[in-house]
Design a protein around this ligand. Structure first.
Ligand code: OAD
Length: 231
């Protein structure tokens, strides 16, 4: 069955990565407008670089959880029939073993050069303005899609949504578009739609099926049932 799975911050919550909207509108102590917009970067690049340096180093200290692992198992069975689209910038899906992962909001472990456009893998800090490995200019920024910027891979995602028979959204609040609109696109294309979340999201009413609870409990159960159903 051609399946698209969209994940959000909720799938990494039990690994110890904070979600964006479950802590009073602040993200690790910052208003998102101060750290996640191109304007914020222009105004105070050092603050933004330090913020993402801290996130990058935090992500190295956490591990994939049972929900990430269940999705990797699902991919091992479904192969090319499964596309995993994540809004998360951590690498926990990859470390769990998923290979077909599209990071629509970018990746913490990647930088982007403002001079030459190269997007090198990047595990270290950026605040001290290291040179770009491709052009040598010290103008690397985090390869994160900030508010007001266009997400990555939209064409490929849309094609997969048009063709899918099953769409699942896991641990995402349905607050940020275009991801929040994927359920409607998949439903219009005739897919069955499933939401797995700790609580109702903004778009819960649009789903055919809803599983409420922590991702480490709901996702392995749902993935196992899906595989069992294939007989
Ligand atoms: P949010 O922080 O908006 O929402 C997190 C969702 O996860 C909520 O719906 C929670 O109910 C759910 N949740 C929390 N803990 C959970 C758990 N243990 N199990 C299952 N669900 C749980 O995060 P996103 O929807 O991912 O964009 O946010 C979307 C985008 O907004 C992010 O990618 C980021 C942000 O600003 C950019 O950085 C561009």
């Amino acid at each position: 069955m051609r399946t698209v799975i969209l994940t959000g911050a909720g799938i990494s919550a039990e690994s110890g990565v904070k979600t964006f909207r479950d802590s009073g509108g602040l993200w690790e102590g910052h208003d998102v407008r101060d750290v996640a917009t191109p304007e914020a970067f222009e105004r105070d690049p050092l603050l933004v670089q330090r913020f993402y340096d801290a996130r990058r180093s935090q992500v190295r200290s956490v591990q994939p959880n049972d929900a990430h692992l269940a999705l990797a198992r699902l991919e091992a069975e479904l192969g090319d029939d499964l596309l995993l689209v994540t809004q998360n910038v951590d690498d926990l899906h990859e470390r769990a073993g998923s290979q077909r992962v599209l990071h629509m909001h970018g990746e913490l472990l990647r930088a982007r050069c403002l001079t030459c456009g190269e997007r090198p893998g990047w595990a270290d800090d950026l605040a001290h303005a290291p040179p770009c490995p491709a052009c040598g200019e010290p103008r690397l920024r985090p390869d994160i899609v900030w508010f007001g910027e266009v997400p990555y891979h939209l064409e490929e995602i849309q094609e997969a949504l048009f063709a899918c028979e099953l769409f699942a959204a896991i641990g995402t609040s349905g607050e940020v578009y275009p991801a929040a609109g994927f359920v409607a696109v998949a439903a219009a294309a005739g897919a069955r739609t499933v939401e797995l979340n700790l609580k109702a999201s903004n778009v819960t009413d649009l789903f055919d099926e809803v599983h409420t609870g922590p991702a480490t409990a709901t996702v392995p159960r749902w993935a196992d049932a899906l595989l069992a159903g294939r007989g």
